[in-house]
Design a protein around this ligand. Structure first.
Ligand code: GDP
Length: 609
């Protein structure tokens, strides 16, 4: 094919850094750099990228062209610049008024499953409702406010740690204080550690509630020691963390817990002015058949009133009604109050900031503009993955650009010993120029939670002898989070240290080709164990390389030795079908295990390679 050659013309390149929106088309991008759309298209064609003048360009395409003509660009998300303008228009980001009155602390309860979060939230609510109307109708709106000695406390019922961090990832820090619930009869469990790391990453003070002390097998001392080991040293031992011993079941210690939370709040000096237009964050939102879109919001500043024109993300409207946490209609809501809002045009997204606009026209305009950008930015994502995440291979470039001097990492490993070994060795790689910050570490497979945390803290996930499950892989795709998994510690360290000096070698990536769940084990004389499986994803092929996973941890590697549909030998089995899989010399099969097949492909490095 005769490809026209691109010869750089010598029109002046704009001076300084040119701000360019991600997913721009050549017709907008070219002129910004004093070039025509045709220049851009021709150049990209030469590099094997067929695009039209109106098609969205990927980050790499734009960087490539800019580098070619010697221009420097900074890519911003569509609307990022204008968003700042809009926020000004809405009056967001005005500095906190130091003279403003104190406001109630916003508290989130976190901890391992079954350690008593729900019961604790219920107990606090039932014994401390504002006007003592205990036993009245309690409406679940995802947050409530209680009173203790004339001071308010707001509790947010976050459905999970990932929701907490997803909100933070979207810039909506709704929580002032985290209460970490640890059952005294169970001690520190994986989600306890996870909760601590999420709270630490958010830089939010933690109050530890040692729960279930009524249980005969409660071991308070051991529990406290376990939590202290995670870096939360109790005051009694010279540390700074407050511990409370409670029973959500009997109510013992609950009042003291509230007092301690208020004490922390006092130190934090949380203030907000009830004057001016309201702003805050959306906690929950759903479509109610009778009432239309309903959003539970937390007011963070100003006062929200009926009739206010409000914007939440890309939805807007006049506030038609406000309902408090008991479902009663109210006229207004002041800072730290959760309320349900009726009257928005559509369902807002949890974590969206909301603000009251000066008038309805501006509210509508802001919402429409945002919707436009959201569409653009999802287009851009489809055109090519945005390179916003913290990729290991970009580390050196980012260091050189002065954007970072830290590699944020989340480390997951199969057992405690290897986790220690990996994190210790990683620490030893630190140089004067590059720091390695371990945002979270834990034993077990890579989960959706890890992805959310990585996305919020710009971290790369490093797995040692563990794998991401399907939900984690999907979330990683959406959030553009990098997961690197290793089975040899030396290879792991080599990659990280090479990345630090910009010499990451071409990578062999493994592409998962199929996933089958073991349902039943058949022991066949002279053949051994055969796994009766259900193919959940992709295709299982005879001879394919296999990783055998139990709870996300790799326990064996090898190949598919035999593959059967009923009694027939087959070459491959597609997802949605059952099959029998024999794994050469591996016999330790259990129902619920996952057989993951994969292929190795070499991936050439792009651009800066
Ligand atoms: P969550 O998963 O953390 O929300 O835990 P739940 O609040 O659902 O509690 C799990 C189980 O532990 C429930 O059966 C509760 O009744 C019980 N539980 C919670 N707190 C206590 C407590 O302080 N003492 C006792 N004995 N049981 C408790």
């Amino acid at each position: 094919m005769d490809v026209p050659t691109y010869t750089p013309r010598h029109a002046a390149v704009p001076e300084g850094v040119v701000v360019v929106e991600r997913a721009s088309a050549a017709q907008d991008f070219g002129p910004k750099l004093n070039r025509t759309a045709a220049d851009v298209v021709r150049f990209l064609m030469q590099h094997g990228e067929m695009v039209t003048a109106t098609q969205s360009l990927s980050d790499e395409m734009m960087e490539l062209f800019a580098a070619e003509i010697g221009a420097e660009i900074r890519l911003v998300d569509p609307g990022e610049e204008q968003e700042a303008e809009l926020r000004k228009l809405l009056g967001i980001g005005v500095a906190d008024d130091e003279a403003a009155p104190l406001r109630p602390p916003v508290v989130t309860v976190m901890g391992h499953v079954d350690h008593g979060k729900t019961l604790l939230l219920d107990r606090i609510r039932n014994t401390n409702v504002v006007d003592g109307e205990a036993g009245g109708i309690t409406q679940h709106i995802g947050a409530y406010q209680v009173e203790r000695n004339d001071r308010g406390l707001t509790f947010v019922d976050t459905p999970g740690h990932e929701a907490f961090t997803a909100m933070r990832a979207r810039g909506a820090g709704a929580t002032d204080i985290v209460v970490l619930v640890v059952a005294a009869d169970d001690g520190v469990m994986p989600q306890t550690t996870e909760a601590i790391n999420h709270a630490k990453a958010a830089d939010v003070p933690i109050v530890v509630a040692v729960n279930k002390i009524d249980r005969p097998n409660a071991d308070i001392q051991r529990t406290v020691a376990g939590v202290a080991e995670q870096g939360l040293v109790p005051e009694a031992w010279g540390g700074e963390t407050i511990y409370c011993e409670v029973s959500a079941l009997t109510g013992q210690g609950i009042e003291e817990l509230l007092d301690q939370i208020l004490l922390v709040a006092e130190v934090e000096d949380l203030r907000a002015s009830p004057d001016g237009r309201a702003g805050g964050v959306v906690l929950e939102s759903n479509l109610d058949i009778g009432r239309g879109p309903v959003a539970t919001v937390l007011v963070q500043r100003g006062t929200l009133r009926i009739g206010d024109p409000m914007v939440a993300g890309a939805s807007w409207g006049r506030v038609r009604a406000l309902l408090d946490d008991r479902g009663e209609a109210v006229d207004e809501a002041v800072p730290s109050t959760p309320v349900q809002v009726l009257g928005l045009s559509e369902v807002a997204i949890a974590g969206d900031a909301f603000a009251v606009a000066p008038n309805e026209k501006i509210a509508g305009r802001v919402a429409d503009t945002r919707e436009h950008w959201q569409r653009l930015s999802s287009l851009g994502r489809e055109a090519h993955a945005l390179s916003g995440g913290a990729k290991l291979e970009d580390l050196f470039t980012r260091i050189q650009r002065g954007e970072t001097a830290t590699l944020n990492a989340i480390v997951k490993a199969d057992v405690n010993g290897s986790l220690e070994a990996v994190t210790e060795s990683l620490r030893k790689l630190e140089t004067g120029d590059v720091r390695i910050a371990i945002v979270h570490r834990g034993v077990g497979g890579i989960t959706e939670n890890d992805i959310q945390l990585a996305s919020a803290s710009n971290a790369t996930i490093i797995g040692f002898n563990v794998r991401p499950d399907r939900k984690a892989r999907e979330a990683a795709d959406v959030e553009n989070v990098e997961i690197r998994t290793y089975e040899i510690i030396y290879k792991l360290l080599e990659d990280v240290s090479s990345a630090m000096v910009g010499m990451l070698a071409p990578d062999i990536t493994e592409v998962v080709t199929g996933e089958a769940e073991v349902r039943q084990i058949f022991r066949i004389p002279r053949v051994g164990a055969v796994a009766g499986c259900y193919v959940q994803n992709g295709t299982i092929t005879r001879g394919a390389k296999v990783r055998f996973l139990r709870d996300g941890t790799i326990i064996w590697k090898g190949a598919v030795n035999s593959l059967k549909r009923f009694t027939d030998d087959v070459r491959e089995v597609q997802s949605g079908y059952e099959c029998g899989i024999g794994l050469s010399n591996f016999q330790d099969l259990k129902a619920g295990d996952i057989i993951e097949t994969f292929e190795e492909r070499e991936v050439a490095r792009t651009l800066d390679g």
